[in-house]
Design a binder for this molecule. Structure first.
Ligand code: FCB
Length: 466
């Protein structure tokens, strides 16, 4: 097997690795942490693969010094992790939990000492259960509670955090959580999902205000954006493509980057988005300038028209809006069943750049692949498919940069194998293998490759900038 060439990225381009609290921390009931919607969901029979929970996960809560040492060894510039809201505020609002505050203090102190800049995601899907009990993202009070939590976090950590990400992948929080039901809290009521989408955007806007007021360094949001194709040029399929683009991307990008709500066909579900939850002034709040846009990218999707009832506007799944996702064909699939099409990332970045004159600098906040990794008899993990995936996607980023898109950095998803939400522990995304029986960490070949890439990048760009 040959090692792929290192893609050439500009001087100053940064490399990182990403994780999320519920996926790695474990210690779900220790030191005063309150329950989150993912604790409730994962403990509900039938919700996750084999009933997997994040109770222990990678036990990062206790093993973080080892994980920081792994990052030092990897040589990354930045570590993107999330704070568990219910660890800081066990009931979502009210008194802070001193032990929770101390945990992230230690992490945020240890990272710079290892040469790694902290990048904090405030919300990576683990809503305090108490807030869900009061309506969750369906109600505006949750957005207000989020702003208070953001203020607490920035007051405590703002002096040391380089980059703040308000929300991660709000598509999943709203639509996977409240319409499809495959994510916590597992609800299936379409109007709830549309209200949730709006309140998540309001939460972002309110948090940006708090972060700015406290002098936060860089402020942005991470969106799961999809490059979407149709199977044909038939008018029905093209209309389905538009509906899918609104649902997956424009619900977020239009208000955030263009100060407007997405255009939609009258009489379709998107009309419901004009619901009573929209208040005067919300667009200005949501559309406040950002220092960067985080893009999480894994795969393109292909859609076709599906029959749907226009008299039933209750959104549950994409099928309810007449969109059918087609099975991928003709490309390699990761163990998630996701097609590997790196040029779709270039296309996505170029399309964002073309559509939004106000597009801020972009960071790829997540990209990576799940593979069937195992520690071999030689004690190593030969994950060639992952190295190829990363090399090809970094080359796709380099291509977008050559086409004029201002991309500043790239985080691999993920530092560690971890709890892949409803898919449990079956999907391994890490640069580092985790044995879930012993919690032993084994850097995979892709870890060594990524380290070599970072070293080569620094050597090359230092030479050219001298
Ligand atoms: C993203 C999530 C991340 C991980 C990857 C595979 O959408 O943000 O937590 O689950 O998918």
């Amino acid at each position: 097997m040959t090692t792929p060439d290192f893609p050439e990225l500009p001087a100053g381009f940064r490399f990182g690795a990403a994780t999320a609290a519920y996926q790695i921390e474990g210690a779900h009931d220790q030191d005063g942490r309150g329950p989150s919607i993912w604790d409730t969901f994962s403990h509900t029979p039938g919700r996750t693969l084999d009933g997997a929970t994040g109770d222990t996960a990678c036990d990062h809560y206790h093993r973080h010094p080892q994980d920081v040492a792994l990052m030092r060894g990897l040589g990354v510039d930045s570590y993107r992790f999330s704070i568990a809201w219910p660890r800081l505020l066990p009931r979502g609002t009210g008194p802070a939990n001193p032990k929770g505050l101390d945990f992230y203090d230690r992490l945020i102190d240890d990272l710079p000492a290892a040469g790694v800049a902290p990048a904090v995601t405030l919300y990576h899907w683990d809503l305090p259960q108490t807030l869900e009990d009061r309506g969750g993202w369906r109600v505006r009070e949750t957005a207000e509670a989020f702003a208070q939590y953001a203020a607490l976090a920035v007051e405590r950590y703002g002096d040391r955090v380089e980059r703040w990400i308000t929300l991660n992948g709000p598509y999943c929080s709203a639509f996977a959580g409240y319409a499809e039901g495959r994510h916590a809290p597992g609800a299936q009521k379409g109007r709830g999902a549309l209200a949730a989408a709006h309140h998540l955007l309001v939460a972002h806007g309110l948090a940006v205000r708090e972060l700015r007021a406290a002098g936060a360094r860089e402020v942005g949001i991470a969106l799961n954006l999809d490059r979407i194709h149709t199977a044909s040029a038939l008018p029905g399929d093209r209309a389905a493509l538009r509906r899918a683009e609104v649902l997956h991307n424009e619900v977020w990008t239009e208000p955030l980057l263009a100060g407007r709500y997405p255009a939609h066909e009258a009489g379709t579900w998107a009309g419901l988005a004009d619901g009573p939850w929209r208040l005067p002034g919300d667009l200005e709040l949501i559309g406040a300038p950002l220092d960067f846009l985080g893009v999480n990218f894994y795969r393109p999707i292909t859609v076709a028209a599906a029959p749907h009832r226009t008299d039933d506007l209750e959104l549950r799944t994409a099928t309810d809006i007449g969109v059918r996702e087609l099975d991928p064909y003709g490309t390699r699939l990761t163990t998630m069943g996701w097609p590997v099409v790196p040029e779709a990332l270039t296309e996505l970045l170029r399309a964002l750049h073309a559509r939004y004159p106000r597009l801020p600098p972009v960071w790829i906040t997540e990209n990576g692949s799940a593979e069937a990794d195992a520690v071999g008899p030689d004690g190593r993990v030969h994950d060639t498919a992952r190295t190829d995936y990363l090399a090809d996607h970094l080359a796709a980023v380099a291509e977008a940069v050559s086409a004029g898109v201002d991309v500043r950095g790239y985080y691999v998803w993920s530092l560690l194998d971890n709890f892949e939400w409803a898919r449990g522990y079956g999907q391994r995304f890490g640069l580092v293998h985790v044995d879930y029986d012993t919690l032993t960490r084994t850097p995979k070949d892709s870890y060594h490759w990524f380290r070599a890439l970072i070293t080569a990048h620094r050597a090359r760009t230092e030479e050219t900038t001298r």
